[in-house]
Design a protein around this ligand. Structure first.
Ligand code: C5P
Length: 231
């Protein structure tokens, strides 16, 4: 993957890190809209890398093979406001593939590889543009934007996250059991938070929010209030 080298290190950044299903994506989108900031969905960058690896028939267990695949194809990200981001690999629109369980699983597997994480750094940092950026992911405040003006760690109970995921899947006509969802979430959490490189941990000084019993608006309000104090 190649990046657009036009980032602006002076632009303010708000990072939102946390496990999948905590509501980071929706909160980050709403926050970016309110503040008129750009948005980085870093999970989409990892997912695009996973699709590239698949398309190149890379050996997912080999860092060298995955890296070679990333050099072969270029992903481009086209923000669509509240509709999230459209992703193209070369000329091919892969947005549909981005949200599948298989893509998430492979993204999580290649995300443990230090060289892969390093290869995706510039791409993510290139989203830092005036007037500012809201970046959501796992290591936004700890690794990618350690100088962010405000760092948030957003989480929710496993049960609540599984229920939210079940609702999303049902809307797409996909039936699954709570037991399966809880197991998938626990296994991904375990891998993300215990990996050696850039594990999912709250950044020092992060504002910690448990969204289990909060609405999206309540979470966004808390962050906007905190942002006013620091920007
Ligand atoms: O957030 P999302 O579910 O789209 O991310 C997919 C996977 O990409 C995560 O499970 C995680 O392993 C990886 N990821 C990461 N660091 C990020 C964002 C995502 O390791 N900043």
């Amino acid at each position: 993957m190649t990046s657009t080298p036009s980032n602006n290190p002076a632009a303010p950044v708000i990072t939102i890190d946390g496990p999948s299903g905590a509501g980071k994506g929706t909160v980050a989108q709403s926050l970016a809209d309110q503040l008129g900031f750009h948005l980085l969905d870093s999970g989409a960058v990892y997912r695009a890398a996973a699709i590239i690896a698949l398309k190149a028939s890379a050996d997912i267990s080999s860092e060298t093979s995955v890296l070679a695949a990333l050099d072969t194809f270029q992903a481009t990200f086209h923000p669509q406001g509240t509709d999230g981001v459209r992703v193209k690999i070369g000329d091919e629109d892969v947005t549909g593939e981005l949200r599948t369980q298989q893509t998430a699983e492979i993204a999580s597997q290649i995300a443990v590889m230090q060289a892969v994480r390093a290869a995706l750094l510039d791409e993510q940092r290139s989203f830092r543009q005036s007037p500012g950026l809201v970046a959501d992911g796992r290591d936004m405040g700890t690794v990618v934007f350690p100088d962010a003006q405000l760092k948030v760690f957003l989480t929710a109970s496993v049960q609540e996250r599984a229920e939210r995921r079940a609702k999303q899947l049902k809307q797409k006509g996909i039936e699954t059991t709570m037991r399966t969802l809880v197991a998938e979430i626990e296994s991904r959490d375990q891998r993300d938070s215990t990996r050696e490189h850039a594990p999912l941990v709250a950044a020092e000084g992060a504002l910690y929010i448990d969204s289990s019993s909060l609405s999206i608006d309540q979470v966004v309000d808390q962050i906007v209030t905190a942002a006013k104090l620091v920007t």
